[in-house]
Design a protein around this ligand. Structure first.
Ligand SMILES: *[C@@H]1O[C@H](CO)[C@@H](O)[C@H](O)[C@H]1NC(C)=O
Length: 314
């Protein structure tokens, strides 16, 4: 049975690969045949909306303002079943479950908006690694090598990915939001990301895959975000074969560094990506809504469009 399923999937992918709608082109992205620098934003809450009209409004705004890439949460894990009217996703294929995410995907598809869809949160909001820990025991830092937790996580990934393993609105699948492993060897996240990205690739060869890290652990400075204490090695993870592009985030005031830290943070990531020959996406950033601070970041990112930076998502 397993062999038959694998064969069917590979025949399908061969026929559809040519039509894939968001791909890598060197250190840039190509969307629907156009290679360039892309802007976008984050909407973690859109798959929890229960009224289709609200989803359409967000997609209309995203499309009309040139925000081509929208990053959304593809997870909402619960440990007890919520009351009616509340959307929960793991594993719920019903009308208050993955059908909500399906509507988001359909609505994006109609408007040419491309989605980054994420599978789990490191932080406790919307379930997260700690929801698995409640079910299977252990600790959050122990989630990565926990066999039962990983089996369930992969089962969930299969439920989310399999219906969309065809060209369409998916820009990329993302393994986790801001995965950290405090005090761990950087091998823990590296091994986990290598294994899971290969699994996603086996389910869907048509879409890009990314890790979702904040960009910690990179040469260039001695401040906290550059260090390896959160268990992530940016450059090492960049070498993982099934990760098509890299991500980094930027929240200087939450990380205890001055706002002026920002431009070096962009330059150092772009340089690492250029060296690896993969695109680099500044996929979450903020300075408490201060446009005067964020605008120079956007300009610095855009100025590096030919040298590693492929887009930014405020
Ligand atoms: C890749 O980008 C270059 C320009 O940077 C362009 O000439 C080429 O057509 C692109 N290739 C694809 C497959 O989009």
């Amino acid at each position: 049975m397993k062999a038959i399923c694998t064969l069917a999937l590979s025949l399908l992918s061969a026929a559809q690969a040519a039509a894939a709608s968001a791909t890598v082109n060197g250190t840039r992205f190509a969307i629907d045949g156009k290679t360039g620098y892309f802007a976008g934003t984050n909407s973690y809450w859109i798959s929890f909306l229960t009224d289709n009209r609200n989803v359409d409004t967000v997609m209309d705004h995203s499309s009309s303002s040139g925000l081509t890439i929208l990053r959304v949460w593809g997870f909402n894990d619960v440990t007890t079943r919520p009351g009616s009217g509340t959307v929960w996703l793991q594993i719920n294929t019903g009308a208050d479950g993955l059908q909500r995410l399906d509507y988001v995907i359909q609505s994006a598809e109609k408007r040419g908006v491309k989605l980054i869809i994420n599978f789990v949160n490191y932080w406790d909001d919307y379930g997260s690694m700690n929801a698995y820990v409640k079910a299977f025991g252990g600790t959050r830092e122990g989630w990565y090598p926990n066999t039962c937790a990983q089996q369930q996580y992969k089962k969930y990934i299969q439920a989310v990915v399999s219906p969309y393993a065809r060209p369409g609105a998916v820009f990329a699948w993302e393994l986790a939001n801001e995965p950290r492993c405090k005090g761990c060897s950087t091998d823990v996240i590296y091994r986990w990301a290598t294994d899971v990205s290969a699994y996603v690739r086996s389910l869907d060869p048509n879409h890009m895959i990314t890790l979702g890290v904040e960009g910690f652990g990179i040469p260039g400075d001695t401040t906290y975000p550059y260090q390896y204490g959160e268990g992530a090695d940016f450059v090492k993870n960049l070498g993982i074969k099934d990760l098509d592009f890299g991500t980094f985030h930027k929240y200087p005031n939450h990380w205890g560094v001055p706002f002026s830290f920002g431009e070096g943070w962009i330059k150092n990531h772009a340089a690492a990506y250029k060296a690896a020959g993969k695109p680099c996406l500044l996929q979450e950033y903020g300075a408490d809504g201060r446009c005067d601070i964020q605008k120079p970041w956007q300009q610095a990112s855009l100025a590096l469009a030919a040298s590693g930076m492929a887009g930014d998502l405020f």
